[in-house]
Design a binder for this molecule. Sequence first.
Ligand code: GLY
Ligand code: MN
Ligand code: MN
Length: 437
Amino acid sequence: MKLDPREYAKRRAQLMQLMSPNSIAIVPSAPPTIRNRDVEHPFRQDSDFYYLSGFAEEHAVLVLIPGREHGEYVLFCQEKIKEQEIWTGRRVGPEAAPQVLGCDDAFPISDIDDILPGLIEGKDRVYASLGVSPNFDHQLMQWVNHIKTQVRNGATPPREFSALDHLLHEIRLIKSAAEIKVMQKAADISAEAHTRVMAMVKPGMYEYELEAELLRTFMAAGSRWPAYPSIVGAGDNACILHYTQNTAQIRDGDLILIDAGCELDYYASDITRTFPANGKFSGPQRKLYQLVLDANYAAIAAVKPGVDWNAPHEAAVKVLVAGLVEYGLLSGEVDELIDSQAYKPFYMHKTGHWLGMDVHDVGEYRIDGEWRLLEEGMVMTIEPGLYIAPDDLTVDEQWRGIGIRIEDDVVVTRDGCKVLTTAVVKDVDDIEALIQG
Ligand code: GLY
Ligand code: MN
Ligand code: MN
């Protein structure tokens, strides 16, 4: 538990406020996943579960029952069994859980089938995230079916199942001051990693050597893993949006696109920088780079409370399309090219996404069919790009194979926004100076 325990208590209280009367919410921990044969992927707690509990163990279920006389927060977790702890690590255990985690009641996870149906019984509504884990969905139906077998004894099964996501994710979408502090730290670590890579890059190196430096910097600063697989794409690999092979040798004259961010204490950062391997943008590279940079600045300038989610994207597209026309990659009227989405072959993704515990964080983008309005405390990325396919015969040869993205993390403030990722340079002269040492 890295944040103040009161932060987690506040979140649970907020969620329970939004739940309907006489209801129960059930949130399982993340399921372990197999990498190969008997090797598991490193365990990473489910973000919803961790958001409400600060509890990182597997094989646990969190239950919230607003108004329950014997306590509203019930936790099922692994028992402390010495022989098992020797193999798989220390556990909190149900005896210590109330004191350590602030729950009102804790039971061994092995007893859940006996206890949980009794907690669900008589409730009108069950909140859960259905359709995520087939195992959990099946378990939940078994608990409910168990209650149904008891109806002749007076038991009442729940009548309604509701998506927990909707309520919980609206809370997660607005970040507290404490969360923004962690996110700033994560962004600083990632900015340092990008800076180090630019300072060390040389033609002839391999993409994975740069990835190694990113990971080393993340971990040395206390981040246990990246928030997503790092993208290190040299040359036209930069045109593959989710390129993660990272095995190519870097050539003189290549641009390198790096999209990498650490996860710190369950919060993601997400930074992209694009830079010349030899420290000098070529003419065409510089032109397109400056265009994407102008779009990045224009989109950031559009971020403030009260504007709709899509406004930064629209600002970026406007700059990009005007530039593409100026350089002859598109021809026609800017407004018409925007309306017809003629830019899509060169800019096929949106300008950002919510950022938080998940790199593509939770929260609706539209409400009642309309783009939602930005509010203070929302955190998002701004990441315009241009990707000119190496085999695109519709454009002049000089542009082919250039891939550029410039991505920053931005928090909406009371009167505008704050960029969390300013510690790594993005202006042309600054990048060239950094690489040339
Ligand atoms: N790294 C994934 C993204 O930028 O959305
Ligand atoms: Mn992103
Ligand atoms: Mn990214």
